[in-house]
Write a protein that binds this ligand. Structure first.
Ligand SMILES: NC(=O)c1ccc[n+]([C@@H]2O[C@H](COP(=O)([O-])OP(=O)(O)OC[C@H]3O[C@@H](n4cnc5c(N)ncnc54)[C@H](OP(=O)(O)O)[C@@H]3O)[C@@H](O)[C@H]2O)c1
Length: 308
């Protein structure tokens, strides 16, 4: 597997966001890991962070996920330092809907004032005049599982900023199908970013519905996020194929549905190259069956724990 390629047919192929001329490779990069510990303050190795971004783009990545509340500001400033002026075709997706406390806390804030200042912070720190895609980050039940909070008001603020030419396209994060329907009465939605991976499959039906609408589904925590995936079946499938468990997890997501776009996060060039190489891995049917069985068992365990 050669990770260094600019061939659009590799990296899992391409995806065009609906109703746009914006096409990205399905294997992208998530920049959250580039801030300091707890996604707060500067990274321990600022030159290393710049190197990861430059390596990603050199290897063909043209979809980077970020937020100005990573750091805060730090991750966007590193992206600007590493990549500005941005290469043609690079799509940077950011998100708004929260701010950070001095104690590193994540504070949900979808007031007009915070959304507007967040958009301007993103523009300034990324060094652009218009943001490619802005996701409205809903909070839901615990910050990681969607609830049913109404989105009309905050989304209307972002739709107005889009109207003003500060945003090209809008997406949603941490939402339900019902919230998407409500949002679509206000503006077009090009992507959904929710928690999903090989062992956490709550959004299966949603992904299929989005595929029918040609809307991108971009899983966050594709490798488990703050609790990296650990599973005996991932290990055994990886061993049988001579690859790493994380590569199996990413290849599984790419095979899950053609509207799934990946943004695995890493602060390490070595992990980046391993992750990119996963786009060229094809999982055979028996590996898929083993992974499905484990996911079903883990869902069963989660449900029993919830009921006990
Ligand atoms: N919408 C939202 O609410 C939301 C929430 C969370 C994240 N996100 C976005 O989603 C992106 C991905 O999520 P994430 O970064 O939190 O989690 P992730 O991609 O699931 O996992 C990142 C973790 O896996 C490790 N890792 C990465 N590649 C590896 C490899 N090949 N082998 C072993 N370990 C590896 C990283 O450590 P190393 O740095 O040591 O490689 C890091 O600890 C973020 O960067 C962010 O852009 C969005």
């Amino acid at each position: 597997m050669n990770p260094a390629t600019n061939d659009g047919t590799r990296r899992g192929g391409n995806f065009t966001f609906p109703g746009t001329s914006m096409t990205v490779r399905r294997m992208g990069y998530g920049a959250m890991q580039l801030a300091g510990p707890g996604v707060f303050g500067p990274p321990r190795d600022p030159d290393g962070a710049v190197a990861v971004l430059r390596e990603a783009v050199a290897a063909g990545v043209n979809h980077i996920d970020t937020s100005d509340f990573y750091g805060p500001h730090v991750t966007n400033q590193i992206i600007k330092k590493a990549l500005h002026p941005y290469p043609t075709g690079l799509v940077i997706v950011t998100k708004v809907g929260a701010r950070r406390g001095n104690d590193k806390s994540w504070i949900h804030d979808v007031t007009c004032r915070n959304l507007t200042s967040s958009v301007h912070d993103n523009l300034r720190n990324l060094g652009v005049e218009v943001l490619d895609v802005v996701n409205l980050r809903a909070w839901g039940n615990d910050g990681q599982a969607p609830g049913e909070e109404p989105l009309a008001e905050p989304l209307s603020v972002l739709a107005e900023l889009k109207q003003q030419g500060l945003i090209r396209h809008l997406g949603l994060s941490n939402v339900t199908p019902k919230q998407l329907k409500e949002a679509q009465t206000i503006t077009d939605i090009v992507c959904i970013q929710n928690f999903y991976n090989v062992v956490h499959r709550n959004d299966d039906g949603f992904i299929d519905d989005l595929a029918r609408q040609k809307i991108a589904y971009v899983p966050f925590f594709p490798l488990g996020g703050f609790n990296p995936l650990q599973s005996a079946s991932l290990d055994s499938v990886a061993e049988s194929l001579g690859v790493t468990p994380m590569q199996v997890a990413l290849a599984w997501l790419l095979q899950r549905s053609p509207n799934v776009l990946l943004i695995p996060g890493t602060s390490s060039v070595q992990h980046l190259l391993e992750n990119l190489a996963a786009a060229e891995l094809s999982l055979p049917a028996d590996s898929l069956a083993r992974l499905d069985a484990t996911a079903a068992e883990s869902e069963q365990t989660t449900k029993s724990n919830e009921n006990s």
